[in-house]
Design a protein around this ligand. Structure first.
Ligand code: K7E
Ligand code: CUA
Ligand code: CA
Length: 628
């Protein structure tokens, strides 16, 4: 154990005073983001030295060992990073509008966005990759939108969003995790806020009768399979390795609508869902529906056979399943502890043979503001301490022994991070393959770590080497607002396409329209008039559009469809109609289309906006609009 860690352990008693003082004090510390101590400064200098040694450099031209998928928070997107280099490889627009690819602008993306295309914002928190038998299968990535109550799916072969579902009857999807075993049949999604039902302006003050729901979405169809009414609210969630249980944290068991009220009780709870029992209830028709929605709704409030409520302290946040499948860990947030729930005791709990708290087999004290825990597959857990600006490494079995009265030290090390970490995530940690090599810590504040860039600062994603006994900070990675979470997969677990398949369902709507118009997308360059609707079909081969001029009338609704015939990898074209808010990507062998109104008479140039050739600037054409 390092001296720093020893000092830290001594200092724990000093930290105790905060635990039992007013909660307002803790919340105040949270808001102020206090971090500085001489020891902390020393450790941060050591960390800088480690990163300067350049041990983990990935040389130019070398490929990373891991894919990392980052949620983009309220930017609404997903980002792909290479790990350990932390190089940003690509962005996947999801709940945002993207000028480069035309997401939210093209017909194909609007079709996927559906009714929710009217929203231009999103808040993407939790990216998770589909699994088969507890291992990442590299097929899909799912992500929630807290802002507009949606769940999206990204196909990892093309790295594009292919389905978006708005969850009915609830507000703000926050926690999201996947069924791990036998495979990802369900996406589990927590709706955070309780609301009245129906939410029609009646009963707005009657908080007692408001409720929220836990949601299961069919991972293939992306339809909502069922919803479960719960007491309190719902924060984060995770599933077990048997396929039967899912647990969610609740920080507002008080059912309060004000900050102080949510902190009134010393314990809230983790609610455990019995997926098998819920499926049986739905099959047996033991459910109701709400309003126009056809989704089966079952009641999981206290007294239900479908759930159990396990009291844990205090305003708990993250809920993480250990990769050995043994434990759910509820992170205490306003308590300096994590609660270890033994999953093998849950069948007895549901059979009413034991009490809810009997399932808690350890409650290690880690430091101030535990938010999320991740695992190295060697029995150690890594918990972010938001208020302390640290990650605590601790041993799960030793924490259980300590809880049972044995004199063992479960804390292995604490490392300063910069600053105020939210999530942390170890390589392959949510699967049986957790390999304990890299830990990404997603810090909410960067403060002095980078050149100042105005009042708005980047976040700081730090990379920590956890392969040895000691955690070593090796990299600072500034990121744009606001990465919430990430997931790391081995490069061989993802298999992206290099060219589009001409039959890809991503542009099936456009293919169908072309067929109706008698158009061969890979051959024809034609203009089809249908009343005041004009459909322009063209192909492109670098550095040309094969239609360099078309005529329409002022007021026409124009749909331009471009098919990129290039078969060379990495040769993407774009289509931008000047002064019309039109921009899109057409990657090799892709078809993309966009619809706009030709509302201005005259000459309007269009051009390719993805650099494709030495003559890229010359890849242009003109729309001639005759006055009405
Ligand atoms: Cu902790 Cu949305 Cu995962 Cu933020 S949640 S930190
Ligand atoms: Cu085609 Cu630039
Ligand atoms: Ca509470």
């Amino acid at each position: 154990m390092s001296d720093d860690t020893k000092n830290e352990l001594k200092n724990l008693s000093r930290r105790h005073f905060l635990r039992n003082t007013s909660v307002a004090g803790v919340a105040g510390a949270t808001l102020a983001g206090g971090f500085g101590s001489a020891a902390a400064l020393l450790q941060s200098q050591k960390a800088r030295a480690a990163s300067e040694s350049g041990e983990v450099a990935i040389a130019p031209g070398e490929l990373d060992e891991y894919y990392g998928f980052w949620s983009g928070g309220h930017s609404g997107e997903v980002r792909i990073l290479g790990v350990p280099s932390m190089r940003e490889l690509m962005r996947i627009p999801v709940f945002n509008v993207d000028s480069a690819t035309g997401w939210g602008i093209t017909n194909e993306s609007k079709h996927i966005l559906g009714d929710s295309a009217k929203f231009l914002n999103g808040d993407a928190h939790h990216p998770h990759v589909s699994m088969t038998d507890g291992r990442y299968d590299g097929k899909y990535l799912f992500i929630n939108d807290k802002a507009n109550t949606r769940v999206a799916r990204i196909r990892l072969d093309i790295m594009k969003t292919d389905k978006i579902t708005t969850i009915p009857n609830v507000q703000a999807i926050h926690g999201l995790r996947l069924q791990k075993v036998p495979h990802t049949k369900y996406v589990f999604a927590n709706a955070e806020y309780f609301i009245p039902h129906p939410n029609d302006g009646q009963n707005m003050a009657d908080l007692e009768n408001h409720y929220t729901m836990f949601n299961a979405i069919d991972a293939e169809s992306m339809d909502v399979a069922w919803q479960v009414i719960v007491d309190g609210n719902l924060d984060n969630t995770d599933a077990d390795y048997t396929g039967r249980f899912v647990a969610s944290t609740c920080y507002n068991s008080e059912k309060a609508a004000d900050l102080a009220g949510t902190m009134r009780e010393e314990r809230d709870w983790a609610v455990v869902f019995d997926v098998e029992a819920i499926e049986k209830a739905v099959e047996a028709g033991d459910y109701k529906t709400i309003g126009d929605s056809k989704v089966p709704v079952v009641d999981g409030r206290h007294g239900s056979k479908l759930t159990r409520y396990i009291p844990v302290p205090k305003n708990p946040h993250g809920l993480n399943t250990s990769p050995d499948g043994k434990y759910f860990i509820a992170n205490g947030k306003l308590s300096p502890t994590c609660s270890i729930i033994a999953i093998d005791k849950l069948p007895d709990l549901f059979a009413d043979k034991i009490e809810p708290r009997d399932t808690v087999v350890g409650e290690p004290e880690l430091g101030l503001g535990p938010l999320h825990t991740t695992f190295d597959g060697r029995g150690n857990a890594y918990t972010t301490l938001f208020i302390d600006s640290q990650v605590a490494k601790w041993n799960i079995e030793d924490a259980i022994k300590s809880y049972n009265g044995e004199d063992v030290n479960y804390l292995r090390q604490k490392i300063d991070v910069h600053y105020q970490p939210g999530h942390n995530h170890a390589s392959l940690t949510e699967s049986r393959d957790a390999d304990g090599k890299w830990l990404v810590v997603l810090s909410k504040f960067s403060k002095d770590r980078f050149l100042p860039v105005g009042p708005l600062r980047p976040e700081n994603d730090q990379l920590i080497d956890i392969s040895g006994e000691e955690m070593k900070l090796v990299h600072d990675g500034p990121t744009y607002a606001e990465p919430h979470d990430c997931i790391l997969l081995r490069a061989d677990q993802v298999n992206p396409s290099k060219l589009w398949d001409r039959n890809d369902p991503f542009f099936a709507v456009t293919r169908e329209r072309a067929e109706k118009d008698g158009i061969e997308l890979t051959a024809d360059n034609k203009v089809i008039r249908d009343g005041n609707k004009v459909r322009v079909y063209m192909t492109s081969v670098a550095p040309q559009f094969n239609l360099t001029e078309f005529k329409v009338k002022q007021g026409d609704e124009v749909t331009v469809t471009v098919t990129n015939l290039d078969q060379i990898e990495d040769l993407t074209h774009g289509f931008c109609m000047v002064n019309h808010g039109v921009s899109m990507e057409i990657s090799p062998q892709q078809t993309a289309s966009v619809t706009f109104t030709a509302d201005k008479p005259g000459v309007h140039w269009y051009y390719c906006n993805w650099f494709c050739h030495a003559m890229h600037m010359e890849m242009t054409g003109r729309m001639l609009v005759e006055p009405a």
